[in-house]
Design a protein around this ligand. Structure first.
Ligand SMILES: [Zn+2]
Length: 89
């Protein structure tokens, strides 16, 4: 078993309203991130709830939120609410 597999488990979940408010705040705080997400994702569907995960960046401690579906992978494109880093889940 991979040593980092635990990091793939969701941290919690949130409602669509919570998710969109969190992502709006992240985009407002990080210049250029909205452009990155527009370029790399397609819009999320209308799920009622979304998973959240712990940020993988060492020492960050943030929570990552779904921002869209990755265009080139069957994955969710996520952004961290502390450091603004992006990754796929
Ligand atoms: Zn982070």
């Amino acid at each position: 078993m991979s040593s980092n597999i635990g990091q793939n488990y969701p941290y919690s979940s949130e409602t669509e309203a919570e998710r969109s408010a969190a992502v709006d705040a992240i985009l407002a705080a990080h210049d250029g991130l909205a452009d990155t997400i527009a370029a790399e994702t397609t819009p999320l569907g209308d799920e009622a709830r979304w998973w959240t995960w712990r940020c993988r960046k060492r020492g960050c401690g943030g929570v990552v939120h779904a921002a869209g579906y990755a265009r080139e992978n069957r994955a969710v494109f996520v952004v961290c609410d502390v450091c603004g880093s992006t990754s796929l889940r």
